[in-house]
Design a protein. Structure first.
Length: 491
């Protein structure tokens, strides 16, 4: 049973300085633990063949399929504000690109497939826990409607990887619109390679922003387009309580997708200062800091593009600053529109920003669960019975004062209670990948080779806006002894 990948490898056709050619390292006895069959079909791949022994060997990196041109991509990056001129794919290998059912070019990459020239003394492998975390969270984000890389498959390798202790090894097959990052531009800019920056910019325009190809100022347009996508993306993160955890420039995708799910997490109770990442000791990438960091990262991209803007440094800087100046309004517009939708407001009126912020402040002061507050508010829209929401607040009167204003505000609009509830339920999920649930999945898989919880959690998260009464416990926040306070990169 031959597995066919209709590869088209445009990135591998770029100059050799953009990547290193390297094959995945074969593993002992791979075993498929999850195949994303709907995604496989969307990519034009045969799920049954992918699930075959030959397909499993390909997904584990033991066998390189026909037409693949395996490469590890070069990039640099600011990591927690400190610039590293060479990072690159240290444990990921891009097999090639396919065109999906929507006509979109998609990368197929193996993550955890062995060392590359960019591994920096690492083993190039991945442990099972981080692979499961990325599979779960990336697929949850996709179901929530947030731009993201996807997970095609997870395979255990039959080998151990050594971290603090020996752990089961695994490989994740990741799918992305591309793996080009802000750090990819930084790699060439740091070397003074303006032609490399130009070649990369032209490739990105052709792949992600083709409407700019014939623009009068395509590189200015590129910066503006990336700024717009990042502003929209980070707004959507905040609207579901997501914390990326490691927003380095090498983890900032030029396509506007969420990429590199390391110490990521979703908030339980609302606190804008929430940090989960064990390595973010200063809170640089805290929940509320994410818009500011996105702009910081975009400023680093703008610096790379300056030579393409103008030969006159002052003019180039002025033009870049003008583009970056749009970020705040773009983010605010997306975020405020999202908050209005979460509150069931169909029009924008004066005072809406304050109404939303006052609810968030009351939630923060009373340990109210972020996801359930908005979901219960949606459920209360028809009869305005707010007991379910009140019970989430340590001091329910803090919510009562706000609820009076909310009732007055929704009364100003003509939509029926049923219309309001239906609209609110489409943007306020009942289910998110709560940290304690993810950790329970990882514990069962790593310690007992039991993937039943993994399958069940994936099924629940595939329909985050549905009630799913048989799985209602998955909507519950953790008990005090179940709270997960730290997450880890797992590299």
């Amino acid at each position: 049973m031959t597995v066919h990948f209709p590869f088209q490898n445009t990135y591998a056709a770029l100059p050799s300085g953009f990547f290193a050619r390297v094959a995945p390292t074969p593993v002992a006895s791979p075993r498929l633990i999850k195949l994303n069959r709907p995604l496989a079909k969307h990519l034009g791949l045969d799920p049954d063949r992918l699930a075959s022994p030959e397909g499993t060997e390909i997904l584990a990196g033991k066998l390189v399929p026909d037409g693949a041109d395996p490469i590890a991509m070069a990039y640099a990056g600011h990591q927690f504000g400190h610039f590293v001129p060479q990072l690159g794919d240290g444990r990921a290998i891009l097999l090639g690109e396919v065109i999906d059912a929507d006509g979109v070019r998609r990368d197929i990459q193996l993550k955890g497939s062995g060392p590359t020239p960019f591994s920096r003394r690492g083993d190039g492998r991945a442990a099972l826990g981080p692979v499961l975390r990325e599979y779960i969270v990336s697929e949850a984000m996709a179901a929530l409607g947030i731009p993201t890389t996807r997970s095609l498959a997870a395979v255990v390798t039959g080998e151990s990887v050594m971290r603090e202790t020996p752990l089961p090894g695994a490989v994740l097959t990741r799918v992305a619109s591309s793996h080009i990052r802000v750090g990819t531009f930084q790699y060439f800019a740091a070397r003074g390679d303006t032609e490399g920056v130009r070649r990369l910019a032209d490739h990105v325009i052709g792949r992600h922003y083709p409407d700019l190809a014939n623009a009068e100022r395509p590189y200015h347009g590129l910066l503006g387009a990336v700024i717009a996508r990042q502003a929209e993306l980070v707004a959507r993160w905040l609207l579901v309580g997501f914390i990326h955890g490691v927003m380095n420039t090498d983890n900032t995708s030029i396509s506007g997708e969420t990429i590199d799910y390391g110490p990521c997490a979703f908030m339980d109770h609302y606190d804008p200062a929430t940090v989960f990442s064990s390595i973010d000791e200063q809170g640089r990438y805290a929940y509320a800091n994410q818009p500011r960091i996105a702009l910081w990262n975009l400023t680093r991209l703008a610096e790379c593009l300056l030579p393409l803007f103008s030969d006159q440094q002052d003019k180039a800087v002025e033009e870049a600053q003008s583009a970056l100046g749009d970020f705040a309004d773009l983010f605010s517009t997306a975020y405020q529109a999202g908050l209005r939708a979460k509150l069931g407001l169909f029009t924008a009126r004066e005072g809406d920003r304050e109404l939303a912020q006052d609810l968030l402040n009351a939630m923060a002061g009373n340990q109210a669960d972020f996801t359930l507050t908005f979901r219960h508010l949606a459920d209360a829209a028809p009869d305005q019975n707010l007991d379910g929401v009140r019970g989430l607040f340590a001091d329910p009167t803090a919510f009562d004062e706000w609820a009076v204003r909310w009732r007055q505000r929704i009364a100003e609009e003509p939509q029926s209670a049923g219309e309001r509830q239906a609209a609110m339920r489409k943007v306020n999920p009942a289910f998110i990948p709560r940290n304690h649930r993810v950790e329970a999945v990882i514990e069962a898989a790593v310690n007992r080779d039991d993937f039943a919880l993994f399958e069940e959690l994936l099924a629940v998260l595939s329909k985050p806006y549905d009630d799913q009464p048989e799985f209602s416990a998955y909507a519950d926040p953790p008990e005090p002894d179940q709270r997960v306070l730290q997450t880890f990169c797992g590299t």
